[in-house]
Design a protein around this ligand. Structure first.
Ligand SMILES: *Cc1c(COP(=O)(O)O)cnc(C)c1O
Length: 401
């Protein structure tokens, strides 16, 4: 018996059973569906991509996995070199793990231990954003701010170790004034907060955050598990404002295999690098640096670069803005667009109840949550297919339910 995610099993409607997938399409026995959310935002090249499949098959001939404790291998070495040269600034030190949540845990543990290694033992607090989502493990829930996902933490009462602020510069400055000597890091989903409701905010907030982090010696952590690899219309938001630690996941492997990476800059790395063994970073997920995942990640990055994905993403944004331009409805609070993400926020969640089945019948797979109907399409989507996704969203509002 499968226990499905985020579902009340007693009332859950049965999931659509996928028997094949190709490009932007998912296939059930009876229906073909454009995947408008890229399997939780990860399948940026679409399904069954010949070159990604080949990359995995070639590696499989050698070995699927060996541990990174006392061992290393070419795919993980090449991927870390690639990330080192490809990522901005001195984000050069790659710690791999098997999921985004674990990679965020790694970042938070690194930030804490960075100061413990310097005997700054008062820096136990983390600054985070309201409506943040950083994963479903315990520390990531604690820095997250989402009642709908994480209400179980209420059992412990309010955390002494995390402060949440809105994405407003005034609140940011106040938080630094109040807590700067107790903070080890400020963690954000930069520009686009995903699971918290596709909330978008301005780069000026992050620029000010960088200044304050520099001023007070607080580490800036970007959780780009969702925003990385072009989703916001920037390759990485880290290209605009440089964090001390960057977390990548989801699209890292083109959605093929769960893998993630926490990338530290030189300053953070050097905070661990010395003769004292107790200053080592004591962490090691069993499947970190999985060879199949590294190979497919390398191929995914190669496609991203050689096929000029940034221009594909610009085109998606352009078409989306054009199609949504004259669209409005009294039940809609806001339509938000950034890069290859569009979100329709409604006033009442009832307004979009039933949309998933409506879209299914029209050949689109969608998974609205709470008050948010959204699309985060694979970047290889064609114009006609993208228009179909957007028109299905609009059509829902043109029909009385
Ligand atoms: C999805 C997500 C995570 C968690 O990644 P998993 O691979 O599901 O553990 C963390 N941070 C952000 C911003 C995410 O969108």
């Amino acid at each position: 018996m499968i226990w499905y995610p985020y579902e009340q099993m007693k009332t859950m409607k049965s999931p659509y059973k996928i028997i094949n997938a190709n490009g932007v399409y998912l296939y059930t026995e009876t229906q073909e569906l454009i995947d408008s959310i890229s399997s939780w935002w990860s399948v940026i090249h679409g399904y069954k991509h010949p070159e990604l499949n080949q990359a995995i098959q070639t590696q499989l001939e050698k070995f699927a996995h060996v541990m990174l404790g006392s061992l290393t291998h070419e795919p993980v070495q090449t991927l870390s070199e690639k990330l080192q040269s490809w990522l901005p600034g001195d984000l050069d030190y790659c710690f791999f793990s098997d999921s985004g949540s674990v990679a965020v845990e790694v970042a938070l543990k690194m930030a804490l231990q960075y100061f413990m290694n310097r005997n700054e033992t008062d820096r136990t607090m983390v600054l985070a954003l309201e409506h943040a989502y950083h994963g479903d493990t315990f520390k990531t829930m604690e820095v997250g701010d989402d009642e709908d996902y994480h209400f179980v933490l209420n059992a412990y009462g309010k955390s002494r170790y995390v402060v949440h602020i809105p994405t407003e510069i005034e609140a940011l400055e106040q938080a630094f004034a109040a807590y700067h000597d107790r903070l080890n890091c400020f963690i954000v989903e930069p520009l686009l907060q995903g699971a918290g409701g596709m909330r978008m905010y301005d780069i000026s907030f992050l620029k000010r955050a960088r200044e304050l982090c520099d001023q007070y010696g607080v580490l800036l952590v970007f959780d780009e598990v969702a925003t990385g690899f072009g989703r916001t219309g920037n390759r990485f938001v880290a290209d605009l404002v440089l964090p001390d630690i960057l977390v990548l996941g989801k699209a890292l492997t083109g959605g093929y295999i769960g893998h993630a990476v926490t990338v530290a800059n030189r300053k953070v790395y050097e905070g661990f690098y010395d003769d004292d063994p107790s200053h080592a970073f004591m962490h090691g997920p069993t499947f970190m640096g999985n060879a199949l995942a590294c190979r497919v990640a390398l191929k995914s990055i190669e496609l991203f670069e050689t096929q000029d994905y940034m221009s594909k993403i610009r085109k998606i944004e352009e078409i989306t803005r054009r199609e949504m331009k004259a669209f409005s409805d009294p039940r809609i609070k806001e339509v938000r667009i950034m890069g290859a993400c569009v979100c329709i926020e409604v006033y009442h969640s009832d307004t979009i109840k039933g949309y998933q089945q409506f879209a299914y019948e029209r050949g689109v797979f969608s998974r609205p949550f709470l008050n948010y109907m959204y699309a985060m399409v694979p970047y290889v989507i064609g114009e006609a297919e993208l228009i179909k996704v957007l028109c299905t969203m609009k059509e829902w509002f043109s029909i009385k339910h």
